[in-house]
Design a protein around this ligand. Sequence first.
Ligand code: GLA
Length: 388
Amino acid sequence: TSFLRFVKNCNMHKFDTVYQLFEASYGKPAISVAAAGRANIIGEHTDYHEGFVLPFAIDAAIYFCAKQGNSNAAEIISLDFDEKYDANVVPIKGSWQLYVHGLLSDLKTRFQIIATPVILFGGNLPMGAGVSSSSALCCGLIEVVNILYDLGLTAIEKVKWASEIEHGTGVRGGKMDQYAICHGQAGKAMLLDCRSLSHKDISLPETWQFLLLNTGVKHNLAFTAYNQRRQEAEDALAELNKHETGLVTLRDATVDQVNHWLEKGSLYHRRALHVVTENKRVAAFELCAQMGDIRNAGRLMNQSHESLQNQYEVSCEELDFLQQQAAKCNSIYGSRMMGGGFGGCTISLIQEVDERDISIIRQAYLKKFGLLPDYFTVHPAPGLVHYG
Ligand code: GLA
């Protein structure tokens, strides 16, 4: 189907495979759901400061087939990990089973439902690549139980629940990923205000496309400095509030305030400066999209990378290298690290896939890091899809 438009597809599960495997073992599923991953064009590490982001749900997803079980234990299987959830074992940090664990215990405490569903899932969403496979997993599982147990959840309730389950695994993430997945529509990006948790649809010029290059460096946010960065930025806000009043989050601060009150080049200054300038870049990007100004849109993405690299310090050598290589290519207008950072993918703004440019970047990366990076284009797609 047109749902899958990877330039280079990975050898992973598709909807048909998940469906057939389910049917062979359990009969016809009662429900089938897809939960997409997400890309973020610009606005990074701003969501948990109630700032602005510009993500979209992508055309790669995790597929779930499910029905109510009749045994007294849940039967939940990940095809990608080739593992079955075991309620008697406390899941290890970073494991997919932690999310299932969170979901089932919330069902018990909040909804008084002892759920024993049968769920089989697998997909073509690269894991640990910064396309939010963990949020896709949470949102997909929530959608499954939402229908199976008739919970009547709204999109925002799903976003909040998914985010809480993820917080339960130790990462103090924002809500951009879950929001993009629960609201994603074909052909639309969204300008999300993370304070009001509402968005404006953004129709990008038809010729604009996004290319992801995967460093292959797996990042697990829980084991990185993600929480530390958040804390440092919140401490920077506390410092600002010694001089200013009414700054609820860094979203409320201006560039002038940051430059005036925080010592230039200090840790607090750099962390805060990233957030306030990144929020401005999101607004500027929206204007570029409206005017079809791809050159300036690309420049904003490059500036975003520079800020994430030097001010917020969430990049890594591999991401910086891919970004620098991309910046040299005529077919690429701008490029930056995407998502939490410390690994994962870069996102680049292009009009056409130029295989020569991509090959130059990949070969250079191979020479330096001994690995040929995967690449694929992503397109705005529906975030949660029901089949049948
Ligand atoms: C991860 C988190 C998001 C967001 C990004 C950085 O993807 O899950 O909430 O903070 O990092 O923009």
